[in-house]
Design a protein around this ligand. Sequence first.
Ligand code: C2E
Ligand code: MG
Ligand code: MG
Ligand code: MG
Length: 283
Amino acid sequence: KAKSAGGGCYAAYHPDMLAGLVARLELEADLRVALDRGQLHLHYQPTVDLATSEVIGFEALARWQHPERGMIPPAEFIPIAEATGLIVPLGRWVLREACRKAVEWSARSGGRKVKMAVNVSVRQFDRADLVEVVAGILAESGLPADQLCLEMTESVLMTDTDDNLEQLLRLKALGVTLAIDDFGTGYSSLAYLRRFPVDTLKIDRSFVERLGALTDDTALADTIVQLGKSLGMATVAEGIEEFGQLAALREMGCQFAQGYYFSRPVPADEAGRLFLDGAGAVR
Ligand code: C2E
Ligand code: MG
Ligand code: MG
Ligand code: MG
């Protein structure tokens, strides 16, 4: 940004900028170490079937317990991982860990299969070997492909479209489920949605938020649910915090949901108990 100050000249650094840059470089170096030393871990947030209130699976969410700074949220370290390329080994680690847990919990559940959703960054699609990595991790973990859901934002459909489409078709051919995360916040068109092998739309939390008990601003969430129905895609509502939102989404015919109303993302042990206890019904 300093560069744009004029004719190829660099504007003088403001001390805050330098401090910001140093902090970022430090965080980047620390993230490298964290990945090597196992300072990252996963939390798991249940996905609930709205018809039965049963937990059908989880979304794996990365957590970084920094030795000095405490818990650093993914909104802070995922962008750094994306900018530095660290997202590739990080993403591989998340996938491996999440698949292992899905196998473990499924094996102990007497036939109920955990559906595991993993976030995949658009940067991971820049690599030609994404499909092989996923196939390799499914094979090594023994997780049946239909128990894995890969979540990606609309940006995957909108950039490198031909290349990403091909990778998605190959992932689809493995048998994994594909979901569009934060749906409604990007710029994908209906034409893209039809062209890509998408199974599930995750309705962004911002649309669910407005479904509070005192408002009847249901139009946007309802439109996405109906869109999903007409395209043959499942819908998952993100960020349900109140019963009113749950009731409204159920009414619309939304099939699945996540949110603090059911459970926050929880450590692996707790997630395993949640799934295994009492057929997993929450609320
Ligand atoms: P996301 O994939 O859309 O995940 C949902 C986020 O909403 C999570 O935040 C979750 O904790 C939060 N959430 C769930 N229910 C509620 C609710 O009822 N109310 C509110 N206010 N929030 C709720 P989190 O864990 O901080 O993750 C933020 C984002 O970081 C994720 O958004 C995802 O884009 C990214 N992320 C997290 N883990 C990974 C990862 O392993 N790989 C990649 N590429 N991205 C990740
Ligand atoms: Mg997600
Ligand atoms: Mg989301
Ligand atoms: Mg989101």
